[in-house]
Ligand binder design. Structure first.
Ligand code: FAD
Ligand code: DLZ
Ligand code: SF4
Length: 515
């Protein structure tokens, strides 16, 4: 063939720069299931099943559209286990004149594909991934001219660029951001809560489920009840369900958490967007149309659009800007291994049990569970940010380094010293109690700071602020808690710090996952 086009596992879907406008008769599309990618962390079994099944369905869709697809399965006895090894074998099979590939999502793979030209001795064109709205070059230009590298400024520029929710040069409704209206506590659960669609595994998915169970039996998570969408059509159906049933209340309850309610009014579309099955700009336009038709309020639609054209594009821009060393940042010098219960859910802290249990069952948790429950606790106990990063990369179906790392290491663990967020996202149990019904069924008392029944988040929070006083006291957003601590009775302060120490000592006494 004339051109070999490798399509990587998160480059699925109909709009890929490497395939656009290409002559099908002179192209071979190469798709590869490789051990390097399936094992670079111990991915949750559901995440593996989703990616491999979506890849196989995508190969089928490409063939039906008239492409020649060379697909290498994980069980192929000749499989070398790496992208580079498989490209070399495909070059020998198809003798292409050149390779055309869309840039990779993460440094690890991008470095590999930039080496192909020298290694294989034939031209390799690496094209920008224009499934993102802001290219890496555009982000670099924005960052060079922005007064401050903050998401809100970037987001406003993206609104102007896309014209989403704009009234000429002004934001629709007169404000850019309706976040203040999006912090309602969880309502009482009822039978009329919307549900995401569930998709029964077809023959292709069944085969993948068996493969994952056989080859990755000791990886975390469960496969029972696997019901993810694995094709563009199914993902589109899930998106349509969201627009009608969840979007209207998405804003109001964006930060809420409820026992047993895993989805609330969230879209649960991130796994599909990140694989390429859904287009983020198209989703934003559909959400905007719901607002214009009077079916969804502005606080919901603005909140949704901000996550996609603001946060999602911003974290990707920052990931590439900060480079491969970003992963090693550790502002607080934290070294504690992540407790073993992150892989079992066996803890008597109800909030953590719920968030981790749901994660192990479904490979999904929503933003506030990730940020204010599992992330908050990991930061308060001083967990090693690299460990925390690996956990998030393993357990979530939507986790790829470009999006997971800035969210975890930056936003959630503050290990970059404030690049992604202006203050560490830590809280006492009071925040969790306000936003959820977790504390009502917990063996700990969320109001107590000391004593055997005191909620561990309370003492850990105050202890964290004291341990890192030198680094955090001058942060204007933390003035209030430091003033509160300074006014607290010294005996009470000593008791709080002793309670935190007892909790941390107890953690150190049990073997961690790393042991
Ligand atoms: P919704 O609440 O419906 O939000 C709409 C969409 O906005 C999402 O589908 C997602 O595509 C996008 N989005 C929202 N917040 C973010 C964000 N902070 N960064 C990037 N995109 C965002 N998201 C991932 O896609 N992959 C990850 O690996 C990931 N890791 C995270 C780790 C931590 C510690 C935290 C705090 C957040 C992480 N997020 C990650 C962001 C966010 O939690 C998920 O995108 C969201 O929970 C996905 O569920 P949803 O589709 O129902 O989202
Ligand atoms: C995440 C993942 C997994 C688990 N397996 C594969 C695979 O077998 N083949 C493949 O092409 N891609 C896989 N992926 C996604 C890749 O890791 C992804 O394409 C890169 O992260 C892009 O940078
Ligand atoms: Fe979590 Fe504390 Fe509430 Fe228990 S009391 S659920 S540990 S915040």
């Amino acid at each position: 063939c004339a051109v070999l086009v490798p399509v990587l596992g998160d480059q699925l879907g109909p709009r890929l720069s490497s395939l656009r406008g290409r002559d099908k008769a002179e192209t071979v599309v190469l798709m590869m299931e490789v051990a390097d990618e399936t094992t670079y962390v111990r991915h949750h079994k559901r995440k593996l099943a989703l990616i491999l099944s979506a890849m196989r369905h995508h190969a089928q869709a490409l063939r039906e559209a008239g492409w020649r697809v060379d697909y290498v399965g994980l069980d192929d006895p000749e499989n070398t286990g790496s992208f580079t090894g498989e490209i070399a074998r495909a070059v020998a099979r198809h003798t292409p004149e050149r390779i055309v590939v869309t840039e990779a999502g993460e440094h690890r793979v991008q470095t590999m594909l930039e080496g192909w030209e020298a290694e294989l001795g034939l031209p390799v064109d690496v094209l920008p991934d224009d499934r993102f709205l802001c290219s890496r070059d555009d982000f670099a230009r924005w960052a060079a001219s922005a007064p401050e590298l903050i998401m809100e400024g970037f987001y406003r520029d993206m609104r102007r660029r896309t014209g989403l929710l704009m009234d000429g040069d002004e934001p629709v409704g007169g404000r850019w951001n309706y976040d203040e209206e999006n912090r309602k506590p969880a309502p009482a659960p009822d039978l009329f809560m919307p549900r995401p669609l569930a998709f029964q595994p077809d023959a292709i998915t069944q085969e993948v489920l068996e493969l994952v169970e056989r080859r990755f039996a000791d990886f975390p998570g469960k496969l029972d009840g696997f019901d993810y969408a694995v094709t563009v059509e199914q993902a589109e159906a899930q998106a349509a369900n969201f627009m009608v049933h969840m979007l209207p209340k998405f804003g109001d309850y964006e930060d809420a958490m409820l026992v047993g309610e895993r989805h609330l009014w969230h879209s649960i579309l991130s796994p599909y967007i990140n694989l390429g099955l859904l287009d983020p700009l198209d989703l934003c336009r559909r959400a905007e149309a719901e607002y214009l038709a009077g079916r969804a309020p502005l606080n919901s639609v603005e909140g949704y659009v901000r996550q996609l054209i603001g946060w999602r594009e911003f974290v990707r821009g920052m990931y590439w800007r900060e480079g491969p060393d970003y992963v090693r940042r550790n502002f607080f010098g934290h070294t504690r291994p992540l407790p073993a219960f992150y892989w079992t859910g066996e803890t008597d802290m109800r909030c953590l049990k719920e968030a981790i249990g749901q994660t192990l069952d479904t490979a999904h948790a929503h933003h506030i569970q990730r940020l204010m429950v599992t992330g908050n606790y990991a930061l308060l106990i001083g967990a090693d940010p690299l460990d925390v990063h690996r956990w998030y990369l393993e357990v979530y179906a939507d986790a790829y380094e470009w999006v997971e790392l800035p969210n975890t290491l930056g936003l959630s663990q503050y290990a970059d010293g404030g690049l992604m967020g202006t203050k560490p996202y830590v809280s006492t149990g009071k925040y969790i109690d306000r936003m959820s019904d977790y504390c009502r069924g917990c063996r700990y008392d969320v109001r107590a700071r000391t004593g055997p029944d005191a909620c561990p988040f309370n003492a850990l929070y105050w202890d964290f602020l004291q341990r890192h006083g030198r680094k955090l006291r001058d942060n204007p957003r933390l003035g209030m808690p430091y003033r509160h601590w300074d006014r607290t009775d010294p005996l009470e302060r000593a008791a709080i710090r002793a309670a935190a120490k007892a909790h941390l000592d107890a953690l150190d006494a049990v073997p961690s996952y790393a042991d």
